[in-house]
Ligand binder design. Structure first.
Ligand code: URA
Length: 240
């Protein structure tokens, strides 16, 4: 087997593990992987300064129950930002978003479209864990949202991906079903925004994975277009 076909094979195995048997893939992993996006020093500093400013936050009761404040992780000059809901147990302990089971799946999904955590930026609507992972309360979202808005205004990505309804609703101020929001391009403060499943929903119901793969291919294609990268060739997955 040539090195290229070995890479292609391992890519397909990875895709199948992730998304099941309904895939039709044409591209090899190495063709999809891009070098790290260039980091802009002023964004690094501005984001770090903002982290220092808010990391002791006690503006809502979650400040008293958290272990660690979970600011966000990744490339401060990223073209793609992914927005989750709130830290879970592992995130609360480690101070980093998406490091538990849902995070491991998110990493695989990113890898499937040729991206790593270091290239994108990952953050949550809430910076502190709601006890027992309960849903964020509207007052907590209202309190925390200015932090998210400020982070996005510093990073200024080309594309935002809302992972699940809480993130989508918070950013878009609309109350639609995930089904209605998938497959569309929204606008958040002049930045394109796409909506897909929260990885935890995919862990609970693997039947959503083929649709998630359709979404991730669309995210990859739009991201590459916006970033001026060549399109990835090959047949698209079947999906709905
Ligand atoms: N779920 C989220 O929405 N965010 C995390 O950081 C972890 C799990």
């Amino acid at each position: 087997m040539t090195p290229g076909s070995a890479a292609a094979r391992s890519y397909l195995v990875r895709q199948q593990t992730l998304f099941g048997d309904q895939l039709l893939l044409g591209e090899a992993a190495d063709s999809a992987i891009e070098p790290d996006t260039k980091v802009d020093g002023s964004q690094v500093e501005e984001l770090a300064a903002f982290n220092r400013e808010i990391r002791e936050c006690q503006e809502c009761p979650l400040g008293a129950t958290r272990t660690k404040f979970v600011f966000g992780v990744g490339n401060p000059a990223a073209d793609l930002v992914l927005v989750g809901e709130a830290p879970g147990r592992q995130e609360d302990l480690q101070g980093e978003p998406f490091v538990g089971q849902a995070g491991k799946l998110l990493d695989k999904m990113l890898a499937a479209i040729g991206l790593s955590r270091q290239q994108v930026y990952i953050l949550n609507v809430l910076k502190c864990r709601p006890p027992e992972n309960r849903d964020p309360r509207p007052a907590e979202v209202d309190q925390c949202q200015p932090y998210l808005n400020r982070q996005l205004s510093i990073i200024r990505p080309r594309l935002i991906v809302a992972l699940g309804r809480v993130a989508a609703r918070t950013l878009l101020k609309i109350d639609e079903s995930l089904k209605n929001m998938r497959g569309r391009i929204f606008n958040y403060e002049g930045i394109e925004l796409m909506v897909t499943y929260h990885p935890a929903a995919l862990l609970r119901n693997s039947g959503f994975k083929p649709n998630a793969w359709v979404d991730f291919q669309a995210i990859r294609d739009r991201y590459r277009e916006l970033a001026g990268l060549p399109p990835v060739e090959g047949p698209r997955a079947a999906g709905n």
